[in-house]
Design a protein around this ligand. Structure first.
Ligand code: NAI
Length: 334
């Protein structure tokens, strides 16, 4: 099958070429958007990543040019209009779990860097500054950590915090994980998490219900100095409210691998350009804000799994076989 792959970086090409050549892949650098959809003309499938635009008009343009399959080379699918895909008879497949460990381990890395000022120490010592003033952290042991979303990634993070670091872990999810409860993780409501946590880490998908799950009202409930980590999706946090809370000290630190308006910025080297996103620019001025550019997934293991599962999805769809756990369907009403 001909697959038009959008937002291709050299590392994507290397991992897909290593995973096999069963399909004819057209590697395209541009992001999928209304203006670029015609690049996929004649391709039975398009392969997209987190910031590609797979909205209704784009799906209609792809469908008109012969595309019948959307292959997401990621887990999240908030950028796809699933109802429109269903209406057009287009199948949507994702990679449900390429390496939850990659994201969970990165989350813990961000948390410790932020709490202990490792990101600042790295810069300071290179400048010959070995002073400790301004780097005072706190022990994770005994602190209360709130985990919102305890699926594949959130469960690993909750486990590491509870069993590894000895945190008291509070969790919120629409489904409970008895394995975590057995470890002492306590499920509760989001307000209790907001009010009692020293640390909150976000691992639920972005949906209409979870959009801005962290906003001014949530932050108003928080203990002063709350540490917030987000490696899930940028839209879970209202960045303007986070900036206000950072200014007052209500938020004591923010580590984000994702940002609501990241599509125009992340995955690109903009070091010779002017940053026009004023919210992101403001966030980058805080010493207690750590921003990474959607790299939590970025391990050799994850890239290999992404390529293998995506190509497997393409093969199954081409042969008319069920897509199983990879299939993404529009939610049923009611
Ligand atoms: P998952 O599907 O295994 O877990 C998501 C959990 O969120 C489930 O337990 C689900 O019940 C829960 N959930 C759904 N709606 C909820 C709600 N309204 N409130 C609370 N909980 C809710 O997904 P997984 O693999 O753990 O990934 C989590 C998120 O991480 C993904 O949705 C994706 O957006 C993000 N992600 C980020 C990556 C990165 O590189 N930064 C890489 C991979 C995933």
């Amino acid at each position: 099958m001909r697959i038009a792959m959008f937002s291709t970086k050299p590392y994507d090409r290397r991992s897909f070429e290593a995973a096999g050549r069963a399909h004819d892949i057209l590697y395209l650098e541009p992001r999928l958007a209304p203006e670029t959809a015609t690049l996929a003309a004649g391709a039975g499938a398009v392969c997209v990543f987190v910031n590609d635009d797979v909205s209704a008009p784009v799906l209609q343009a792809l469908h008109a040019a012969g595309t019948r399959l959307i292959l997401l080379r990621c887990a999240g699918f908030n950028n796809v209009d699933l109802k429109e895909a269903e209406r057009l008879g287009m199948a949507v497949a994702r990679v449900p779990a390429y390496s939850p460990h990659a994201v969970a381990e990165f989350t813990i890395g961000l948390l410790i860097s932020l709490v202990r000022g490792i990101h600042r120490a790295y810069q300071r010592t290179r400048d010959g500054n070995f002073a400790l003033e301004g780097l005072l952290g706190f022990d994770l042991h005994g602190r209360t950590a709130g985990v919102i979303g305890t699926g594949r990634i959130g469960a690993l993070v909750a486990r590491a915090l509870a069993a590894g670091f000895g945190c008291r872990v509070l969790a919120y999810d629409i489904h409970r994980d008895p394995g975590l409860e057995a470890l002492g993780v306590t499920y509760t409501d989001p307000r209790t998490i907001a009010a009692e946590s020293d640390i909150i880490t976000l691992h639920c998908p972005l949906t209409p219900e979870t959009h801005h799950v962290i906003r001014a009202e949530t932050l108003a409930l928080a203990k002063p100095g709350l540490i917030l980590v987000n490696t899930s999706r940028g839209g879970l946090i209202d960045a303007e409210a986070a900036i206000e809370a950072l200014k007052t000290g209500r938020l004591g630190g923010l580590a984000i691998d994702v940002y609501e308006q990241e599509a125009d910025v992340f995955f690109e080297d903009l070091s010779n350009e002017i940053l026009t996103d004023d919210l992101l620019a403001r966030l980058l001025t805080f010493p207690n804000v750590l921003v990474t550019g959607h790299q939590a997934f970025f391990t050799r293991d994850a890239l290999q799994a992404i390529a293998e599962v995506t190509l497997g999805n393409a093969t199954r769809a081409e042969q008319g076989l069920p897509l199983g756990a990879s299939e993404v369907k529009a939610p049923r009403a009611g």
